[in-house]
Ligand binder design. Structure first.
Ligand code: TRP
Length: 335
């Protein structure tokens, strides 16, 4: 109907909560999830089912999931604009993943570089879930008719696979799935390790100084920035080859909202000994209100439980519709 409000487009993304969520996750991913809520209806998830492709301690998985859930809301996921749920609470994900697996050639999965890298490391738990993981990711996305999927560069190939699966199923049965687009941020997409700025900031890093957890205390943040690896020059400029300084300038620019040239100007002529703690201060100031909000949310378990249940319910409704549509096309007898 002409006077009906236009349905907002959908932004979908998921994050694993297998460790502490860090600044790289925030600047590279969560920040975009939050920004996209202005234009899109968000559907966002803590993907605990993806997390078990590597062995998890049950108590840690439960704690990390709940902490991440509260932390993401503290970061700005707005429950009036987005549905935000815990993946294992919504059964359609596993169900659709089974079906989509039957439309995904083995060889296509075998080409996924993340799987190849992980299996090449010769770890002892190369399980089938690690191999079929991109199918579950495709299910996450396709269940909500997502238009855009904000992801980091490392997930581009998985997103491409999701698109291929959608196109293949559409090719067989007609229009079943919306074919999603990746949304890959230009700036902030890659926040690097503070200990080795040629490597991405990662939860899995053995060096505790590599990453700034969003819940790190100011003291810890300052220490980590003061010991951030830079270079042997003395110039605070963004330039090829200055990975450490480039990373610090990027972080500073994002948390303060100033652009890189403005940041360069602000610190021109100063030494790294002044610059590094200044970035630390800016990050600590930026994180303070997020940490405060987290404490409130995480401190009230009854309220938190009510929120995630309500959101799982909403997600189940939306995804249930898609699953029924797919089952119908496939030829399953209606329940
Ligand atoms: N695979 C993503 C990662 O490891 C997480 C993820 C799971 C995801 N499902 C998703 C991201 C759906 C985007 C859309 O980072």
């Amino acid at each position: 109907m002409a006077n009906q409000p236009q349905k907002r487009k959908i932004s979908f993304s998921g994050i694993q909560a297998s460790g502490d969520i860090h600044l790289g996750n925030y600047l590279g991913a969560i920040k975009n999830w939050v920004a996209l809520q202005e234009q899109y209806s968000g559907v966002y998830s803590i993907v605990d089912m993806h997390a078990i492709t590597v062995r998890q301690d049950p108590k840690s998985l439960r704690d990390n999931t709940l902490r991440a859930y509260a932390l993401m809301i503290a970061c700005g996921i707005d429950l009036n604009k987005s549905i935000f749920f815990i993946q294992s609470h919504v059964p359609a994900h596993a169900e659709l993943a089974w079906a989509l697996g039957c439309y995904t050639p083995f060889g296509e999965l075998g080409r996924m570089t993340q799987f190849k890298d992980k299996s090449a490391k010769g770890e002892d738990n190369i399980n089938a879930g690690l191999f079929t993981y991109p199918i579950l990711m495709a299910s996450d996305i396709l269940l909500y008719d997502a238009d855009v999927v904000p992801v980091g560069e490392d997930q581009k190939q998985h997103l491409e696979l999701s698109r291929n699966i959608a196109l293949r199923v559409n090719g067989i049965y007609g229009n079943v799935f919306k074919v999603p687009e990746a949304f890959i941020p230009k700036v902030g997409g890659r926040i690097m390790s503070l200990a080795d700025p040629t490597k991405k900031m990662a939860k899995s890093d053995d060096n505790p100084k590599a990453a700034i957890a969003l819940l790190d205390t100011k003291d810890v943040i300052m220490k980590k920035f003061k010991s951030a690896v830079t270079d042997s020059e003395a110039e605070i400029v963004y330039r090829e080859g200055k990975d450490g300084i480039n990373n610090l300038l990027t972080i500073y620019s994002i948390v303060t909202g100033k652009d890189i040239p403005a940041a360069e100007k602000e610190f021109s002529g100063m030494g790294y000994g002044v610059f590094k703690p200044a970035v630390g201060e800016a990050v600590a100031d930026f994180l303070a209100p997020i940490q405060k909000r987290f404490d409130e949310l995480y401190g009230d378990k009854a309220q938190l439980e009510q929120i995630y249940r309500e959101n799982a319910q909403k997600a189940a409704e939306e995804s249930g519709k898609t699953l029924r549509r797919v089952y119908d096309k496939i030829g399953f007898v209606p329940r």
